[in-house]
Design a binder for this molecule. Structure first.
Ligand code: FCB
Length: 457
């Protein structure tokens, strides 16, 4: 791996660039059956034998639900501007339809007010995958009715909290919910049916557009957008087969979501590829999906290399990889942002997730996670590169604040800049967190030298 840019070589970002850390409800909250919360599809999925690598569940996770104030202090101690979190739909509406659960709403109200009291901007995600299980019983995201249930949920959350939220994201990573949840079945709800998966992607996009319209109609002043997991997809070789597979994978991962959102159409080559598995639509759906957004969130972890020979293993090709086996490829982030900016008329973008799992060791109260620190600093440099070339970027959020429940990998994969000892729930800042805090301090010092020296005095 190349050496990371030392702090003083990282450029100065604009004063209003937003620095944050991110989490999601199911991955950290625990309290799975408390205070009236209903089960989510992930609560149910975890109970199926063999689907989670370490047979774990989200029952306790980081116990964040019970440690809210201490965790908010932890976030504040990092000196970030923003915290990206998600609301658990079944915590605020246990069955996904009908009655609202007051203790659930009150929890998020405490979270938001606690952030504001500490000077941190709340970035709220409505759907980070934990659909109420009761809705799955009637078809989940494969059923068009769930679209309207989601709009109700969005308007309720916004009515309660919207006056204090900087930005609301409708969905986190629709590709993951559709493809991993409904085509490969690796993630909840564990369905393996491509026609269902494409229908799910259409309903997610439609519910996003309709929720935006409903929130604006009720006067919500938060900035509204969606978060996509995107990556450059490159062919392993120059062969026609590899080129064709790369084009197809790019179509399914990037264009399938970006084209309807920003060009009001699904890509023709992918519709043709899907054939009878293409989604059923109603008149006006594409117009609704393309409802203008205030921002686009991009989650970036690695590039994808497409090969007709099957899975392309970066490690076997001598590339640096993380503990997930994902290639460390920061320049892919610059390439991706330039391409999006070139191909689409976009609102400002945020990097809403970026980070890495590595095998950490907690020794004498310290975690020397140099690889994670280097990963983060090199990706921040990649964002700066894109900005230098004219791309409008407004923020960067590290995934993740805490080690947490990494979906089908369970607790074995650690993405946090803060270490969590799951036996004691002790939090320990890793070196990457100390580095991020210092990097942010230096950024602010460049922007407001007087203020920082006064604070230090
Ligand atoms: C993303 C998810 C997030 C986390 C990271 C590693 O796909 O949005 O919850 O699991 O990957």
């Amino acid at each position: 791996m190349n050496a990371p840019p030392p702090n003083d070589l990282l450029p100065e970002f604009p004063a209003d660039f937003v620095w944050g850390v991110a989490t999601s409800a199911f991955q950290i909250e625990g309290a799975a059956r408390e205070d009236g919360k209903g089960p989510s599809i992930w609560d149910e999925f975890c109970r199926k034998p063999g689907v989670i690598a370490d047979h774990s569940t989200g029952d306790v996770a980081c116990d964040h639900y019970h440690r809210l104030d201490a965790d908010l202090d932890l976030i504040a101690s990092l000196g970030v501007d923003a915290y990206r979190f998600s609301v658990s739909w079944p915590r605020v509406q246990p069955h996904g339809v009908g009655a609202w659960n007051e203790p659930g709403l009150a929890f998020y109200e405490r979270l938001v007010d606690g952030l504001l009291a500490r000077g941190i901007k709340p970035y709220l995600t409505l759907n980070h995958w934990d659909l109420p299980a009761a809705l799955q019983a009637s078809g989940g995201w494969g059923n068009r009715d769930t679209v309207y249930r989601f709009v109700d949920y969005a308007t309720q959350v916004a009515a309660r909290l919207g006056d204090r939220i900087t930005a609301i994201t409708t969905h986190n990573e629709p590709w993951v919910m559709a493809c991993l949840g409904h085509e490969t079945g690796e993630f909840a709800p564990g369905i393996k049916d491509r026609a269902v998966a494409t229908q799910v992607s259409h309903h997610l996009l439609l519910s996003h557009g309709l929720a935006l319209q409903a929130l604006r109609a009720q006067g919500c002043t938060s900035r509204l957008g969606i978060v996509l997991n995107l990556a450059p997809v490159v062919a392993a070789t120059q062969s026609a087969e590899d080129q064709a597979i790369a084009r197809l994978k790019d179509g399914r991962l990037v264009r399938w979501y970006m084209d309807p959102l920003f060009k009001q159409a699904y890509p023709a080559d992918i519709l043709e590829f899907l054939g009878r598995d293409a989604p059923r639509m109603e008149a006006g759906d594409l117009r609704d999906i393309a409802t203008p957004m205030d921002f686009l969130g991009v989650n970036y972890y690695s590039r994808r290399v497409a090969s007709a020979a099957g899975h392309w293993d970066p490690h076997a090709h001598g590339k640096p990889v993380t503990d997930m086996g994902w290639e460390v490829y920061p320049q892919g982030l610059t390439e991706l942002l330039l391409r999006l900016d070139h191909d689409y008329a976009l609102p400002p973008m945020y990097i809403t997730e970026n980070g890495a799992a590595f095998k950490d060791q907690l020794l004498a109260g310290q975690v020397h996670d140099d690889l994670r620190r280097d990963y983060i600093s090199r990706h921040i440099a990649a964002v700066a590169d894109a900005m230098r070339q004219g791309v409008r970027m407004q923020g960067y959020m590290v995934w993740s604040l805490l080690d947490n429940f990494e979906w089908a990998s369970g607790y074995a994969k650690r993405f946090g800049i803060v270490h969590v000892d799951y036996a004691t729930q002790q939090r320990t800042l890793k070196d990457s967190a100390l580095w991020y805090r210092e990097f942010l301090r230096q950024q602010k010092a460049k922007q407001m030298p007087g203020l920082v020296s006064l604070e230090r005095a």
